[in-house]
Design a protein around this ligand. Structure first.
Ligand code: SF4
Length: 160
């Protein structure tokens, strides 16, 4: 039993601005010691560089991107939808290869968000919705938690 985790939460500087979001938490240390964390950055896996222009979903959320109804546009207006969808597919493949039962993904990312994303205006406005990778994992019955829900994930793991 493994858990997929956003690579930036484990300290990899793979965010659009080449920074990380290192998550220091006893449960993370415990799961690292048990060797059950599988780190991955969907955007890098999809072929995007570090650093890169930030991107947002132009309407809807990750589900509508997967349905071909919305796009990922970077701040210059370039369409990067294909890279995001490829990255989500890669994340699903890795999760399935490792028998991941759940994922810990970074909240508000257009790939990894699970409860909130930005609204596509690049003005810092948030809205309810999930990113592309989260949507694809959830479609395939992989439970997604954000970095603030580690205790809930621990409870979930103890029940399965
Ligand atoms: S795509 Fe996900 S893993 Fe990669 S930098 Fe963004 S939040 Fe982190």
């Amino acid at each position: 039993m493994k858990i997929l985790i956003s690579a930036c939460l484990l300290g990899s500087p793979v965010r659009y601005n080449a920074t990380d979001l290192l998550l220091e938490h006893p449960l993370i240390k415990k799961w690292q010691a048990e060797n059950i964390l599988v780190p991955l950055c969907p955007e890098v896996a999809g072929g995007l560089p570090v650093p890169r222009s930030p991107a947002e979903i132009n309407s809807g959320d990750g589900l509508s991107v997967l349905q071909g109804q919305s796009k990922l546009l970077d701040k210059s207006g370039n369409d990067v939808t294909e890279a995001f969808v490829n990255g989500a597919s890669h994340a699903l493949k890795i999760a399935q290869q490792h028998n991941c039962v759940a994922a810990i993904l970074t909240e508000r990312s257009p790939s990894c968000g699970s409860q909130q994303i930005y609204d596509g205006s690049f003005s810092g406005v948030r809205k309810s919705g999930m990113g592309v990778t989260t949507a694809l994992l959830k479609q395939n019955s992989i439970k997604v938690f954000n970095q603030h829900q580690l205790v809930q994930l621990d409870v979930f793991l103890k029940k399965i």
